[in-house]
Design a protein around this ligand. Structure first.
Ligand code: XMP
Length: 515
């Protein structure tokens, strides 16, 4: 049972478009808890779980597309208010006796919406004309009996429809997309005014609930948590600490591939500030030994990963009475996709290589949260900014940013150069518009001249990208002055470096990391 069942929940029914997650997030931004469920959920299951409302997501371009996902039509009779978007609206129309004729003209991108019924419920407060985001081919031709057409665009005659007596509302456009001018207002209107769900899903509320749930789940047992310095494990640790205090032990394996000051920061924040029972394993030498002369990036990753679990379980099994292992699994890892071919729930259980005879139950206190919510929880719990807003950082750390064999000297060089890159860009990028930035040390050398002397030194490559999700990325258009300053500082301050290059490759075809 979900521990959120005590509070009003909105189910976003996922018809396989990429929009379901966005809708769930928008609902949560309206301070209402939401979950994504697969489109084949039965009416019985919905009745049992009693969501306060349903939102039908977008999906394929047409309800007639081969394999177009359907929904149990008995769901319309449960008396639960439903809001459909795009495909969700077409399906609602078709299921309830309306008509969705094939059209040759689709509508993609911006459109001007005209509200035709100023008295309508869903679009109350929306200007007579406004901008909306469309992405569809077919559209509703005839609305089902009892429905009122409330808006249109130049191309789409039925841009929204509603039957307030049955609690059914739908828009052909996408209110969840930021380009839709009144999008969030429409979502809030539905949730707060029409359905009457109070906006109570706030950070404080999330934390209180999570704390209560953790206490219920673990009782007086002991919990162990691997801490990496990253956002997810840090928030898990802080949250567990808030819930169960010294029943929690954190293990921080320092593999020596962290950036400048990161290890000290972890110890300062969790050991000194939070006073968490922290086992700090100094495994730097051990890792350097294992990685000596290893140049293959996959091999580096494997060595570091396997060794982490070895060290972690060595420590974990030294502790008495530990029953639980805490994991920073987030909601996007858990979501059941409406698309049957997509992976179902990812099983993290399989990913943990428990040694023979060792087993802990998993506790995943963040599994209902999106990344931005995790950051907000972290901030609320008092974690410092540099942790809460930490950029993605590979588990094997600098090992994948040193191309070729890793040595102490190279680590030192890269750490210093990377610290300069991070300091300079973060001072300039106060809005955090750049997704990720760091330094890379390639396995080449080049000739230079410093003073009267010829040098044969290392280049440093600066990588800075803009991105929304790391799936695609573009190189950041940093000002020349900033690049110049970083280059000067790196060459002057980092011994052994005599050249700086800026990577101007997007992803694809490049990746963000070099490896
Ligand atoms: P690529 O290089 O594939 O990276 O474009 C995509 C994003 O993933 C990050 N990354 C990792 N994050 N553990 C992580 O938590 C890892 O092992 C790892 N490797 C790459 C990378 O920094 C980028 O943001």
């Amino acid at each position: 049972m979900s521990y959120h069942e005590q509070q009003p929940t909105v189910f976003v029914i996922d018809f396989g478009a990429q929009y379901a997650q966005l809708i769930a997030r928008r609902v949560r931004e309206a301070k209402v808890y939401s979950e994504i469920v697969a489109h084949d959920i039965s009416a019985e299951e919905i009745e049992r779980r009693r969501p306060a409302a349903l939102i039908l997501s977008g999906g394929p371009a047409s309800v007639y597309a081969p394999g177009a996902p359907k929904m149990d039509p008995r769901i319309y009779d449960l008396g639960i208010p439903i809001l459909g978007f795009c495909y969700g609206m077409q399906l609602m129309a078709l299921d309830l006796g309306g008509q969705v004729p094939h059209t040759d003209i689709g509508e993609y991108g911006f459109a001007e919406l005209t509200v035709m019924e100023p008295e309508c419920r869903l679009l109350e407060g929306v200007s007579e004309t406004s901008q909306v985001w469309m992405s569809h081919r077919d559209s509703v031709g005839t609305v089902p009996e009892g429905f009122l057409v409330t808006a249109r665009t130049g191309i789409t005659a039925v841009a929204s429809m509603e039957d307030p007596s049955r609690g059914l509302y739908a828009t052909q456009f996408h209110p969840e997309v930021a380009h839709t001018e009144y999008g969030q207002q429409i979502i809030r209107r539905f949730l707060h005014d029409i359905v009457g769900i109070p906006p109570v899903w706030t950070m404080v509320n999330i934390i209180d609930e999570a704390v209560e749930h953790i206490r219920e789940q673990v009782g007086s047992d002991k919990v162990i948590c691997g801490l990496s310095g990253g956002v997810d494990s840090s928030v898990v640790a802080a949250l567990l600490h808030r819930a169960i205090g010294d029943q929690l032990t954190c293990v921080f394996v320092d593999h020596g591939m962290l950036r400048l000051d990161e290890a000290t920061d972890v110890v300062r924040v969790f050991g000194d500030q939070f006073r968490i029972d922290l086992v700090h394993v100094q495994a730097q030498e051990r890792y350097l030994g294992l990685l000596r002369d290893v140049t293959d990036p996959e091999f580096k990753r494997r060595i570091i990963g396997e060794e982490f679990w070895k060290v972690f379980f060595d420590e974990a099994t030294k502790l008495e009475g530990v029953k639980w292992l805490a994991q920073g699994t987030l909601y996007p890892d858990v979501i059941e996709s409406g698309n049957k071919t997509a992976a179902k729930i990812k099983s993290h259980h399989n990913l943990i290589p428990f040694p023979e005879g060792v087993h802990f139950d998993l506790i995943e206190p963040l599994r209902a949260l999106f990344k931005d919510e995790v950051r907000a929880v972290g901030a609320e719990l008092g974690l410092p900014d540099e942790i809460v807003h930490r950029q993605p950082f590979p588990g094997p750390g600098l090992a994948v940013r040193i191309i070729g064999a890793i040595t102490d000297e190279k680590l030192d060089m890269l750490r210093k150069a990377d610290a300069i890159v991070r300091e300079e860009i973060s001072n300039w990028d106060t809005e955090r518009s750049v997704w990720q930035y760091f330094a890379v040390l390639p396995d080449i050398r080049s000739v230079g001249v410093m003073g009267d002397e010829r040098t044969y030194g290392h280049p440093i490559i600066i990588r800075a990208v803009s991105s929304a999700d790391a799936m695609t990325a573009d190189w950041a258009r940093l000002p020349h002055e900033l690049l110049a300053k970083m280059s000067n500082r790196i060459i002057n301050e980092v011994e052994g470096v005599n050249r700086v290059a800026y990577d101007i490759t997007s992803k694809p075809p490049g990746t963000i990391e070099w490896e």
